[in-house]
Design a binder for this molecule. Sequence first.
Ligand SMILES: NC(=O)c1ccc[n+]([C@@H]2O[C@H](COP(=O)([O-])OP(=O)(O)OC[C@H]3O[C@@H](n4cnc5c(N)ncnc54)[C@H](O)[C@@H]3O)[C@@H](O)[C@H]2O)c1
Length: 377
Amino acid sequence: MLKQISFLRTLSLFLSNDKEKMNTKELLRACHIENGSLVDSSFQEVLHAHYSHSRIVIMVDENTHDCCLEFLITSFDQLANAEVMLLPAGEENKVLEVCFQVWEALTEYGIGRNDLIINLGGGVVTDMGGFIAAVYKRGVDFIHIPTSLLGMVDASIGGKTGVDLGVYKNQLGVFRAPVKIYTDHLFLETLPELEVLNGFAEMLKHALISSIEMWSDLKSISSLKAIKESQCIEQSQAVKCRVVLADPLESGQRKTLNFGHTVGHAIEGFYLDSLALPHGHCVALGMVVESFISFAHGHLSKEELNDISSTILRWFEIPDFDSSSFESLVLLMKNDKKNSANKILGCALKGIGNCIWDVEYTSDEIKNGLEYLLKLK
Ligand SMILES: NC(=O)c1ccc[n+]([C@@H]2O[C@H](COP(=O)([O-])OP(=O)(O)OC[C@H]3O[C@@H](n4cnc5c(N)ncnc54)[C@H](O)[C@@H]3O)[C@@H](O)[C@H]2O)c1
C-alpha cells in the first residue's frame, strides 16, 4: 500500500536527517507535500498506480463544490465517476453529526478499506474529511488538496484530524497523515480576500516563531495578490513541517504553533457575538500582545517589538475596545485548554525567529499587553 511505503520513507528520512539540517524540499517531501500545478504533479500517477481499482470519494463544501470541483473532475479521467460528498461549509459544521451522515453514506455506497477519499477544501474539509477517513473501517487512505491559504500552509499539514464538540474546538480527533498533500495556487484565485488574510496571519506566525529570513520576506509583501503568488507559502509550509516532524504528537515544540493563540482565542471569544472577528485577525492581534509580553520578559528588544507590531497592524485593524474589557479577556484566557495548574500558559518570542513555550503569563502582564495594543490604535 502507498500509505505504508510513504510512512516508512518519512521515518527513514527523518531518522537519517537532523531536522534542523533538512532543506525545504526535504521537509516538504517528508510531509508528503507536492507544490505546483496539480495537472503536472504526481497526482494522476498516484491515482493510476495505487487506486485504479478503488472507488474514489471527493469531499467538498458548498464553496469548493462551486469553485474547485469542476476543475478536478474534468482534469482527471479517473475522477469522472467519483462519488462527491457535499459537506456544509463553515466551522459550525465541523461536528460529529455531519461525520455520522457521511459514514452512513460511505457504508451505503459500499466504500471499503482499499478505497480513497480526496479532501478538496479549506481546513474544515481537510480536518473533518481526514477524521472521517481515519475512523471509517479503522482507516482508509486520504489525499488532501487544500484550497484555502490557511489549509495550504497549516491545516493540511501535520496529521491532526478532528471535529469540534460544542464550544470546544478540535475536541475529538486522531492523528493520521494523508497519503499526499497537493498544493496548487490556482485554487487561491477564487478564495475570498478575508480568507487570504486569515492564512497570511498564520504565515506571519510561522516566520516569527522560526525564521527571521522569512519575516523579512513577508515584510516586503504589499498586496493580497502578492501574498497569493509569494514563495513564502512554501517557506511557511516548510516551517510547519519542521515543527511537526520534530514533535508529531505535540509534547513540546509543536506548542510554538500556538504563538498568538492564547490571547487571540480570548479576543475571538470576546467578539463572537458582536464583531465576529475572523480567527486570523484575532491571532494577529494576539501576536502583538504576546510579543509585548515577550518584550516584558526581556526576550525581545523594543525595536523588534515595534517591527512586529507595525508589520502586523499594516494588515489587521485594532477593533474598538477599552480597559473595561481587560478583565473579561483575562478570564477567557484562564479557561484556555493549554493551561495547567491554573496558570495561563502561552509562548514567548526569544528574538524574531525563535520561540519558547509553556511560558506563564500573569494577569498584569496580559493587561499591560492589551494596554499597549490599545495605545497603537
Ligand atoms: N489540523 C490542523 O493542524 C489545523 C491547523 C490550523 C487550522 N485548522 C483548522 O482549519 C480550519 C480553518 O481552515 P480554513 O481557514 O481553511 O477554513 P474553511 O475550511 O472554513 O475555509 C474558509 C472559507 O473559504 C472557503 N473556501 C475554501 N477554499 C476556497 C476556494 N478555493 N475558493 C472559494 N472559497 C473557498 C470555504 O468554503 C470557507 O467558506 C479550522 O477548523 C481550524 O481548526 C487545523
